[in-house]
Ligand binder design. Structure first.
Ligand code: SF4
Ligand code: SF4
Length: 310
């Protein structure tokens, strides 16, 4: 298994306060990477040949254009593509947005825009439309990703709002995942698509394996919204190299089970011991959030000899 993608969580700060945010990032003044910390990350990426794509995420990364420029201008000594995940607030001024996109058309390969009923409270749809249309003009692909409850604004409403600009982008929608601020939603409002009794629950990270580095230089094995709220942290770039951490992830027994067999062995383990677990899920990642919120499950596995040397 190769980790070709890495996401840099540039900042925890955000200018929105979406009610479904995985960490209610907008509610706090959080940590942003310094240039020195960013250099540690970029130096490690330059040394790690398997990484081909850097995804810049947050919080809202476009609050820090100088850090984005530092990433796009860095000399990796090979071809590395850069993508950005943003709430699109910067698209309100069409000429400024055009300047940014034009300047970066050879440096940024993809822009992923978050827009749904939650983002709509803070970001005008015209900002999103402007970015989609200008990106299409300069050959940068985009998508719009939204999260939904079973009441209120629905995916079709957002497509209607996008109007003609919807033809130039990809629209991806998913149920709200119950993590971070979204834990406050009434259970009845959540769309639960996966029944653990009826279908095989697989790790979605295997489709496109990606590593996450957060502003504290902590490294996680995927970019799921839940992952920072788990103990699945495999090292810190202030102490370890990225290559060593990636090797640790590849050779970790828990991750190996998740990547190769999915959750079935863990579900069977819990069933055999009558350990209650969530039956209906919005995403497989909710099972990771349940199993690895702290070390209770590792202790169960260890006490029952699931792995010999866990
Ligand atoms: S979901 Fe995204 S845009 Fe909304 S508060 Fe969280 S980080 Fe900001
Ligand atoms: S299932 Fe777990 S390991 Fe896989 S992508 Fe989701 S949180 Fe990450």
């Amino acid at each position: 298994m190769e980790f070709n993608d890495i996401a840099i969580l540039l900042t925890e700060n955000c200018n929105a306060r979406c009610k479904m945010c995985c960490d209610s990032r907008g509610l706090v003044k959080g940590k942003t990477l310094s240039i020195d910390e960013l250099d540690i990350i970029l130096h490690n990426i330059a040394l790690c040949d398997e990484i081909k794509v850097i995804g810049i995420t947050g919080g809202e990364p476009m609050l820090y254009p100088e850090l984005i420029k530092h990433i796009t201008d860095y000399d990796y000594r090979r071809k590395v593509s850069v993508t950005i995940k943003t709430n699109g607030f910067w698209g309100y001024d069409r000429s400024k947005a055009e300047n940014f996109i034009k300047e970066n058309r050879d440096k940024i390969s993809f822009i992923s825009l978050s827009y749904d009923g939650f983002h709509k409270e803070f970001i005008p749809v015209d900002s999103i439309k402007n970015i989609i249309e200008i990106s299409a003009q300069y050959g940068i692909n985009t998508d719009v990703v939204g999260c939904f409850l079973n009441d209120g604004i629905q995916p079709g409403d957002i497509l209607n709002e996008l109007g003609e600009s919807g033809y130039y982008t990809k629209f991806c929608y998913q149920p709200v995942i119950q993590t971070g601020a979204a834990k406050l939603f009434d259970e009845g409002k959540l769309v639960k698509l996966l029944d653990t009794e009826k279908i095989e629950i697989r790790c979605i990270g295997v489709v496109n394996p990606d590593i996450l580095i957060n502003p504290y230089l902590k490294v996680f094995p995927c970019c799921s919204q839940v992952i920072e709220n788990t103990i699945l942290e495999f090292g810190n770039l202030s102490e370890n190299t990225l290559s060593d951490i990636i090797n640790r992830i590849k050779h970790n027994k828990i991750m190996f089970t998740l990547f190769t067999e999915g959750f079935r062995p863990f579900i069977n383990f819990m069933k055999a011991r009558e350990i209650p677990y969530p039956q209906d899920l919005a995403s497989p990642c909710e099972l990771c959030a349940f199993l690895f919120e702290n070390d209770w499950f590792l202790k169960e596995l260890s006490e029952n000899g699931f792995y010999q040397n866990i």
